[in-house]
Design a protein around this ligand. Structure first.
Ligand code: CA
Length: 235
């Protein structure tokens, strides 16, 4: 897998190790150490993905994310957030910022590279031109429609603004409807890896997904101590 990655991180050690590992994995990397220089770099050339540290001197990662999502030319640019504390995760995922994923420091460089690859792979699947037409066989569950070919979810015919991660999570649960999925199974399928201790990642994205689904969120059930299950309802 190839592509150009912009790494925005002011901590020199982390910036270097992330850049080195992404380059080793075949990516082209531009590394900068502030939000301002990141925006400057993106104006010159839009990368395929941004690895964005939350805590930056001056303009922080949330502000950079917000500005990128406001601008039509960079709205769909995937963002992988780096956060220093698990407590920040809710802010990153919860603020409608549209960050595609996040990793909590300290993380292994290999883990970060896997995350980058997983996001780009999901996007490539979603952008497959042969799959751009909407599928008459889209999954319908009452008011909820999941159109995997068009990468689109609607509730009462309103298109939901889901991140690629949320879409993949919902589609996976719906594909396996009626069956309980553990957090590990979901991590494996949706994120492309299974790291112990990342159950919270699944929980956070499920919470966000449910908020967006509104009434249809009833179909995404929590199975205490195990994981999640999609149970279709006719509404
Ligand atoms: Ca930092």
């Amino acid at each position: 897998m190839t592509g150009n990655i912009l790494v925005v991180e002011d901590e020199v050690d982390i910036q270097e190790i992330v850049s080195y590992n992404l380059e080793k994995a075949g990516f082209g990397v531009v590394a900068v150490d502030s939000g301002e220089t990141a925006l400057e770099s993106i104006r010159k050339r839009i990368p395929d993905l941004v690895v964005l540290d939350l805590m930056l001197p001056g303009m922080d990662g949330l502000e950079v994310c917000r500005l990128l999502k406001q601008d039509a030319t960079t709205r769909d640019l995937p963002i992988l957030m780096l956060t220093a504390r698990a407590e920040e995760v809710d802010r990153v995922v919860g603020l409608e910022l549209g960050a595609d994923d996040y990793v909590v420091k300290p993380f292994s460089a290999r883990e970060l590279t896997l995350r980058v690859q997983a996001i780009l792979r999901r996007l490539a699947e979603g952008r497959d031109p042969s799959a751009a037409e909407s599928d008459p066989e889209a999954m319908r569950f009452g008011s909820l429609t999941i159109d995997k070919a068009a990468h689109r979810v609607t509730v009462d015919n309103d298109v939901l603004a889901l991140t690629s991660t949320e879409f993949s999570l919902l589609a996976t649960l719906a594909d396996r409807r009626g069956r309980v999925q553990t957090r590990e199974e979901l991590l494996n399928t949706v994120w492309g890896y299974d790291y112990a201790g990342y159950g919270r990642t699944v929980d956070t994205h499920i919470r966000r997904l449910r908020e967006k689904l509104g009434d249809a969120s009833e179909m995404v059930e929590t199975v205490r101590g195990v994981g999640y299950r999609f149970t279709p309802r006719r509404q």
